[in-house]
Design a protein around this ligand. Structure first.
Ligand code: DX5
Ligand code: ZN
Length: 214
């Protein structure tokens, strides 16, 4: 499994250094959580911050948009240096238009589903996606408990892709640590996002290795 530390749990005053820290600790991608205070009840970072920290690593930027109107901000996050943009199927933007806009900027597209959303909501778009992100907490805050009961969604996406001969990665996000990663691994997850599990660990490098080797 690949590991994508979520900057939501880093020291925001030292975001550049925190990125270097997890890059050196073996991270595969950097996960950036964008929240607008409407789609989720929290506010985080926008394109200006993504752009400001872009020079600190060569690792891919995995930008998770938790905003009402992702389509309106694709250009801004493309300009800021996103490599993968994931947006919520529950957002207000039309999925096909949003995916096409992401692709028009040469970026990989992903769809995200909240815990309460049935997995087949993303099936109509699978052939255009690089990745599906299955939320394993309610989006909005770090440090919540992993919902293991979301793992059947991972298996369902993998089964649907196998049936249609598609190669779509599955990422999980929320409550992933050394303790919960084995359940994700067993379900067939390709990428684990981990905020608290990496940034609050005594040894982030060991935490990343442990999740990867689950
Ligand atoms: C939650 C975010 C997650 C969050 C994960 O809305 O999408 O990326 O940072 O944090 P942990 O790993 O602490 O649950
Ligand atoms: Zn996230």
């Amino acid at each position: 499994m690949k590991v994508a530390p979520s900057l939501l749990s880093c020291d925001f005053a030292k975001m550049g250094e925190e990125i270097v820290k997890v890059d050196n600790a073996g991270a595969d991608l950097i996960h950036l959580d964008v929240m607008d205070g409407h789609f989720v009840p929290n506010l985080t970072i926008g394109p200006a911050i993504v752009k400001a920290v872009r020079p600190y690593t060569q690792l891919p930027f995995d930008v998770h948009l938790m905003i009402d109107y992702p389509l309106d901000y694709i250009d801004a996050f493309a300009d800021a240096g996103a490599d993968i943009i994931t947006f919520h199927i529950e957002s207000m933007s039309e999925p096909n238009m949003t995916i096409d806009k992401i692709h028009s900027r040469g970026i990989k597209a992903g769809l995200v589903i909240k815990p309460g959303t049935p997995v087949d909501a993303v099936f109509p778009y699978l052939d255009k996606l690089y990745m599906v992100l299955v939320m394993t907490v309610e989006p909005g805050f770090g440090g919540q408990e992993f919902m293991e009961d979301m793992m059947p969604k991972v298996a369902a996406i993998k089964a649907e892709c196998a049936k249609r001969n598609l190669d779509v990665l599955v990422e999980v996000d929320g409550g992933i640590s050394e303790a919960t990663a084995p359940a994700a691994s067993k379900a067939g997850v390709d990428i684990c996002v981990s905020g608290t599990g990496v940034f609050k660990a005594a040894d982030p490098s060991a935490a990343i290795q442990a999740i990867r080797n689950s």
